[in-house]
Design a binder for this molecule. Structure first.
Ligand code: GLN
Length: 189
């Protein structure tokens, strides 16, 4: 029945849990490619920026000369950022402030849940049902611009948003064996 070719989705593979994203994307029906160069980026229909450590990722993007290619990529192609990836996509980053790809009009506070209870698993409403959300030293989205639609919230702040063809989650949808959020991203390609 399915004769449309599978989409090729890149996962930025400089640092962080990129392999878990590859599995989730493949479960949702895509082919994947680990992206480390501008050439890799040129091959993919969409890109996932995984969780990890956003400051480290920014440094590695600088060393590998990927920052500008990524900015141009995000201007025309779908990007899904999770946790540290969401921080990299935001126009404004707080606590502490750092530069970013400025692809989604939102303000993000790093490590927003504080230190003592900085990681947790929560059940959040999603698509008329429920979704298990794993937060690991997660940021909090403090402001979203008019171009942003909130798709899921936890404790009164957005945790999953879309902005045009971009998607951002402050939690880790790649860790629960539920590929619905990845399927949503694939629907944007
Ligand atoms: N606290 C990390 C940061 O600020 C993000 C954590 C994560 O990606 N799980 O980059």
């Amino acid at each position: 029945m399915q004769d449309t070719p599978k989409k090729l989705v890149g996962v930025l593979a400089l640092q962080g849990d990129f392999e878990a994203h590859q599995k989730a994307l493949e479960a949702a029906g895509a082919d994947t490619l680990q992206v480390r160069t501008a050439e890799d980026l040129g091959r993919v229909d969409g890109l996932v920026i995984p969780g990890g450590e956003s400051t480290t990722m920014l440094k590695l993007l600088g060393y590998t000369n990927l920052l500008e290619p990524l900015r141009s990529y995000a201007a025309t192609k779908p990007v899904f950022g999770t946790c540290a990836g969401a921080i990299l996509l935001a126009t404004e980053v707080l606590h502490p402030s750092q530069h970013s790809l400025e692809a989604i009009d939102m303000t993000v506070e790093r490590n927003g849940y504080g230190r003592q209870i900085d990681s947790r698993v929560a059940t959040i409403p999603f698509q008329g049902g429920e979704l298990e959300a794993v937060f690991i030293r997660a940021p909090i989205i403090r402001r979203v611009g008019p171009s942003v639609t909130v798709l899921a919230e936890y404790q009164g702040t957005p945790v999953l948003i879309e902005a045009g063809h971009h998607l951002a989650a402050t939690f880790h949808p790649e860790l629960t064996g539920d590929s619905r959020v990845h399927a949503l991203f694939l629907s944007k390609l």
